[in-house]
Design a protein around this ligand. Structure first.
Ligand code: BTN
Length: 326
């Protein structure tokens, strides 16, 4: 009920009477009063004026489960949402939930991670009070070889979510980094569990740099945060809710063909590498070429100097710009 009260107060933007809430949620006045008091304890500024009702001051961010629940407006993505003030890693937690039978769409969100993990075994710095760390649980019925494309779907959803929340125009560095003016603001880590030849579950973990912060060397040269571009604080719950809202229809379109065919154009429109010189760091040997886009399986198409086109699979290969990170 607390999430519903928040959503109602926010939607009205003015006073809402206690009686109206009682009628709407079919509870007693005491129950409403108790819920309001608990919300106040969580940090919300709510005025109570006799004969007028309750008023929510909208300015401050309170990042927590009620805030998230009150903003997530989807059919399944982000439902339920489990929030943790601090956790080792949202990916690890999502895997535990998945093993215990949690349903597709379950979302794990944390304010802080003590063992945040990045790709290639790297750590992901995850301080409290600043950033977004979440993991979405999926249970697609498809061949495991296609799972890496889910990260591309999420990349598109994150880019759209940032666009809607922050009025910025982020781009995607293949396969799934989100960049603004050539600097990385978001990374993703997708992991899966297989059962024979089938996917048991996939967890897609997303870390977005949101609030102002000092990045440690050597990433300070290539990393940035959203607030550097918005010039004002970004509400993290709103951002997560918008990403979930974007993810749902993109995932549905992905499931029509189990590949990127339906959303390839949308992805390529945001691809920062497109028509740029790239260096492909293939363990079998580095080479350079011009990135032209992706194919239906989400692989990067790189045109070589001799005119041939190489198909780059995300796996172990990474791609750099010839003159910098992008
Ligand atoms: C990268 O190296 O670019 C990927 C970083 C992924 C970080 C996110 S934060 C939420 C989720 N939990 C983790 O431990 N990692 C991912």
């Amino acid at each position: 009920m607390k999430a519903k009260i928040l959503a109602l107060l926010r939607e009205r933007g003015g006073y809402v009477s206690g009686q109206e809430m009682c009628d709407m949620f079919q509870v007693s006045r005491t129950a409403v009063w108790k819920a309001i008091n608990q919300l106040k304890k969580e940090g919300y500024r709510i005025d109570a004026v006799s004969n007028k009702g309750y008023f929510l001051h909208p300015e401050e961010e309170v990042f927590g489960s009620h805030e998230l629940e009150s903003r997530i407006d989807t059919a399944w993505a982000g439902r339920p949402v489990h929030f943790f003030e601090t956790i080792d890693s949202t990916n690890l937690r999502a895997k535990l939930e998945a093993e215990a039978g949690a349903k597709q769409g379950t979302l794990i969100v944390a304010d802080e991670q003590t063992a945040g993990r990045g790709r290639r075994g790297r750590d992901w710095e995850s301080p409290a009070g600043k950033n977004v760390y979440f993991t979405l649980l999926l249970r697609p019925e498809m061949d495991p070889g296609r799972a890496s494309m889910l990260t591309l779907v999420m990349a598109l959803a994150v880019a759209e979510g940032i666009q809607k929340t922050c009025r910025l125009d982020p781009q995607i560095k293949w396969p799934n980094d989100i960049v603004l003016e050539g600097k990385k603001i978001c990374g993703m880590l997708t992991e899966m569990s297989l059962e024979r030849d089938y996917i048991h579950y996939v967890v897609v973990g997303v870390g977005i740099n949101v609030g102002l912060q000092c990045f440690p060397e050597p990433i300070s040269a290539t990393a940035a945060c959203l607030q550097e571009f918005t010039g004002k604080p970004v509400n993290r719950a709103t951002l997560i809710a918008e990403i979930m809202k974007s993810f749902e229809p993109l995932y549905d379109r992905f499931l029509q063909t189990y590949d990127m065919r339906e959303i390839r154009q949308l992805y390529e429109d945001k691809l920062v590498n497109r028509n740029r010189q790239v260096r492909v760091l293939d363990p079998k040997g580095e080479y350079t070429g011009t990135a032209r886009g992706i194919n239906d399986r989400g692989e990067l198409l790189v045109e070589l100097p001799d005119g041939r086109t190489e198909t780059v699979y995300a796996g172990e290969v990474s791609v750099r710009g010839l003159y910098g990170y992008t």
